[in-house]
Design a protein around this ligand. Structure first.
Ligand code: GTP
Ligand code: MG
Length: 176
């Protein structure tokens, strides 16, 4: 049995990473948040998959690139999932993560579109071609820290992505 799940939230500044963590923990939207949340550990008995789950925040304003790379490689060892905001994923975040993880260990990614309370239309149409291009993207979720919409689901999907990765149905490069 897997002993731990580590979830690292990365993405552009101000997309709501810290707010998502705080909303999950307190079950209400925090008006004020620090730049970076302390690492939290959710005990096994209150998670749906019964595995202790660590949630790690990232803030560009507080952390150097070096510290980010360290967090990404830690995730690599533990098998972790990363949350990325929709914007800039293609040109920035996915290549950055891939460069820093072992080619053989497929790191499950979840794309997160936060602040769904502010948008009228779903962005799923824009995101589907991206998901098809990158097999490491396990799923994508639209959520709102403000309305508490899909927050616990989001962290549940992340746990599931680590514990029961679906993987690509067909991947020609992965033949042994
Ligand atoms: P950095 O730490 O600077 O990288 O930012 P962050 O990604 O942690 O974002 P943060 O949680 O600090 O939120 C940035 C702003 O967005 C704050 O003013 C939040 O109140 C607001 N915000 C966060 N989530 C939501 C949401 O779901 N809906 C709305 N309307 N605002 C949100
Ligand atoms: Mg933050």
């Amino acid at each position: 049995m897997r002993k731990d799940v580590r979830i690292l939230l990365v993405g552009e500044p101000k997309v709501g990473k810290t707010s998502l963590i705080m909303s999950l923990v307190s079950e209400e939207f925090p008006d004020e948040v620090p730049l970076r949340a302390e690492e939290i550990t959710i005990p096994a008995d209150v998670t749906p998959e019964r595995v202790p789950t660590h949630i790690v925040d990232y803030s560009e304003a507080e952390q150097s690139d070096e510290q980010l790379y360290q967090e990404i490689s830690k995730v690599g060892m533990d098998l972790v999932s990363l949350f990325i905001q929709f914007s800039l994923i293609l040109c920035h975040w996915i290549p950055l993560i891939n460069e820093r993880t072992d080619k053989d260990s497929r790191l499950p990614l979840i794309l997160v579109g936060n602040k769904s309370d502010l948008v009228e239309h779903s962005s799923m149409e824009t995101i589907l071609p991206i998901m098809n291009q990158y097999s490491e993207i396990e799923t994508c979720v639209e959520c709102s820290a403000k309305n508490l919409k899909n927050i616990s689901e989001l962290f549940y999907y992340a746990q599931k992505a680590v514990l029961h990765p679906t993987g690509p149905l067909y991947s020609p490069e992965e033949k042994e």
